[in-house]
Design a protein around this ligand. Structure first.
Ligand code: HEC
Length: 149
């Protein structure tokens, strides 16, 4: 939810066509409900949590892809290369051919739920503990990654 009366906290880059430059414009999204990694942060961050994954998966790969691309939900493409996306971020590992890594569904569910259990220093939001993604949305993302041949 965006409160127009609150000060704007972030800037977003906008390409200035044919100039080779970026113009920084106010980003009208209020991120203040989420703690940051800034050293001045005073809000508490939930500690790393084990997920309680129960099989079977019952995820939908097509829905998972939509969530991965959606800036309001997974936004995975901001940090990970995803097949078919021209301008991904490269901060995290590429998710191309992810199925070949042969992760179990439970392991993959855990990585999306809270990656800090397996990669304590990864700057990837713990989507489960922060309540950004629901159980079903994480299942859909697992189905999507497991479909990337
Ligand atoms: C802010 C950046 C960021 C976002 C957003 C992000 N990740 Fe990550 N992710 C990382 C980093 C950094 C790592 C740890 C380094 C690595 O292994 O890529 C990681 C690790 C992973 C891993 C483990 C990679 C491996 O080596 O097996 C998976 C799977 C993963 N992310 C999936 C996702 C999914 C799915 C989403 C969206 C719901 C997502 N990530 C969103 C940054 C991000």
């Amino acid at each position: 939810m965006v409160d127009p009366m609150r000060s704007i906290k972030t800037l977003a880059p906008k390409v200035v066509v044919d100039s080779g430059q970026l113009h920084w414009v106010p980003h009208f999204i209020d991120f203040s409900q989420w703690p940051t990694l800034c050293k001045d942060e005073t809000r508490t961050i939930p500690s790393p949590q084990m997920a309680h994954y129960v099989a079977p998966l019952r995820g939908d790969a097509a829905r998972g892809r939509v969530i991965a691309m959606d800036p309001w939900r997974g936004n995975c493409v901001t940090c990970h290369e995803i097949p078919g996306e021209e301008w991904p971020g490269t901060f995290g590992a590429s998710l191309h051919h992810y199925k070949q890594r042969r992760h179990t569904d439970a392991n993959l569910y855990q990585q999306i739920f809270d990656v800090r259990i397996t990669a304590p220093r990864a700057v990837m939001p713990p989507f489960g503990p922060l309540g950004i993604l629901s159980d079903q949305e994480i299942r859909d993302l697992v189905a999507y990654l497991q479909s990337l041949e």
